[in-house]
Design a protein around this ligand. Structure first.
Ligand code: ADP
Ligand code: MG
Length: 343
């Protein structure tokens, strides 16, 4: 009897310990995924860690909140109300985003311009009732495209839009949203997560096993699904391409990234631009801006700002370019030649 008791005393705590350890491991390895439709695109959030479920729920709520604030497609959004009434007080999110957009407009020499919205509308990108506007119409509209014409009053936090000026955060909203969600993940102590907000990928930490995430860079040509694979941690990977949203008329493709100087879909020679940066908001804005700039200007811009981002560019002749900072982290598909853009 005594012998049994001794065994019992030794085995039970050991068993309890095992059960506790199993629970702990199960909790740490917990993962949660959620798909949602917002900002006119399909989004997917995956988080790993003890509070993965709660984190993913909070992330989805944040995405819906920002969608309701920043989408021109929603009549009641903050941006729609600003566009309608031409004046208003800004929420903290919009104020931050506006500031970033003004800086980007300056730095990109106007290639990124959120006052492009009246031109987007003229092409029918807002309603999907597409049309090709006449040259005079585009010239008249482009004359009003000017972020510099916005009047922001810091003391009472109000913005005034001159007549004919309308805002469109479509080129940057997903990047900003990804940054906000990354902050939420931190609040939930999630060390590993992947957000895919319709082509805007944001990585939090490393893969659950500890290695770098492997992110495929899409090829606009359907017969070859991707251009290569990027190995990255803790970064945003954002791609802009003319193949994402477009319409065709008389055998010509008209896409949704406009050159603010002409009011026409940018024909810079680039067909796809991928930006890699720790700053998701910047990555999204620059993916649009560098697409407008074209390869040479984009390369010059990168040389000036190589501490802030890296890029993968594909041009119309199917040539692939990668900036030096990520040259070792990019594996091109099936021996595809890559030209490295150096400082
Ligand atoms: P996507 O939204 O397909 O991920 P982008 O990030 O390149 O692609 O954003 C394109 C969107 O940005 C357009 O739908 C429009 O709302 C807006 N946009 C288009 N041209 C410009 C521009 N030159 N500057 C700023 N925003 C733009
Ligand atoms: Mg963008």
């Amino acid at each position: 009897m005594r012998k049994y008791r001794k065994t019992f005393v030794a085995v039970v705590p050991a068993l309890l310990l095992c059960i506790l350890a199993a629970y702990y491991v199960r909790d740490v390895n917990r993962s949660a995924t959620k798909g949602i439709f917002a900002m006119d695109t399909y989004m997917e959030i995956t988080a790993y860690g003890r509070d993965a479920d709660a984190a993913v729920e909070a992330a989805a709520q944040e995405i819906q909140r920002l969608d309701a604030l920043l989408s021109t497609g929603l009549a009641e959004s903050e941006v729609s109300r600003l566009n309608q009434s031409k004046a208003g007080t800004l929420s903290a999110d919009t104020e931050y985003l506006l500031r970033r957009c003004v800086a980007l407009w300056q730095e990109t020499d106007g290639a990124f311009d959120i006052t492009i919205y009246p031109v987007m509308r003229a092409w029918g990108f807002d309603t999907k009732q597409f049309r090709v506007p006449a040259e005079e119409e585009l010239q008249a509209l482009c004359a009003r495209v000017d972020t510099g014409a916005l009047v922001y009053n810091e003391t009472d936090n109000t913005l005034i839009l001159p007549e004919g000026v309308m805002l469109d955060f479509g080129g940057i909203a997903k990047g900003y949203t990804a940054m906000r969600v990354a902050q939420i993940m931190q609040e939930y102590h999630i060390r590993s997560a992947m957000l895919n907000l319709g082509g805007n990928v944001q990585l939090i930490g490393a893969r659950p096993g500890g290695g770098a995430w492997r992110i495929a860079v899409k090829n606009p040509k359907p017969e070859e699904p991707y251009l290569g694979v990027l190995s990255v941690k803790d970064k945003a990977v954002v791609t802009s391409g003319g193949y994402e949203r477009y319409f065709e008329e008389a055998d010509v493709i008209y896409h949704h990234i406009l050159d603010p100087k002409t009011g026409r879909p940018a024909r810079s020679g680039l067909v796809s631009v991928t930006i890699v940066s720790a700053d998701g908001t910047l990555a999204d804005g620059l993916s649009t801006a560098l697409f407008v700039m074209g390869r040479e200007q984009a390369a010059a811009f990168w040389r000036e700002n190589s501490d802030k981002f890296d890029a993968v560019l594909l041009d119309e002749s199917d040539c692939l370019y990668v900036t030096e900072g990520i040259a070792d982290d990019f594996a091109a598909e099936s021996g595809r030649p890559v030209e490295i853009i150096r400082k």
